[in-house]
Design a protein around this ligand. Sequence first.
Ligand code: FE2
Ligand code: FE2
Length: 168
Amino acid sequence: MTRINKKEISRDMKAYAEDILNSKNFIESENNIQHSDVTVRKHCLKVAFLSMWLNRRFNVKCNEKELTRGALLHDFFLYDWHAPEHCGLKNLHGFKHPGIALKNASKEFTLTEKEKNIISSHMWPLTLRHMPKCREAWVVTAADKYISTVESLRLHKLPKLIRVKVRA
Ligand SMILES: [Fe+2]
Ligand SMILES: [Fe+2]
């Protein structure tokens, strides 16, 4: 089995996306909760880290820079989705936030077509018309579903095996 060096992943993520990691809005997403007690910023770091890990472990041959940047920006919706004005059936956060994240990310960063597809399709099949069209988007949508499930069920509180830990 290929041994994946986690420090190398963290180092490479920084090199690929230092501008995103140091941007005001990304840092401030630490103030918004994503699932249970996990912030949006940490959730995005975890999804990016797992995407990189999956790519290296299974030799998926993704473009790692686009993979990292798309994963970090996939939930760049920039609001507290638990607030009354954003949650509930009428607001359809689950359906709408990929489009909002794409709009916000496009304003601040120059995105490639793959990065746009990663962001807009990460909730697929919920967003039926926005399907992953590249291997990078497939990896991120899988990583996001895994991390979201772990966070929602609070399994990240459990030790090792199923935990994806990042230094934030
Ligand atoms: Fe999302
Ligand atoms: Fe997510």
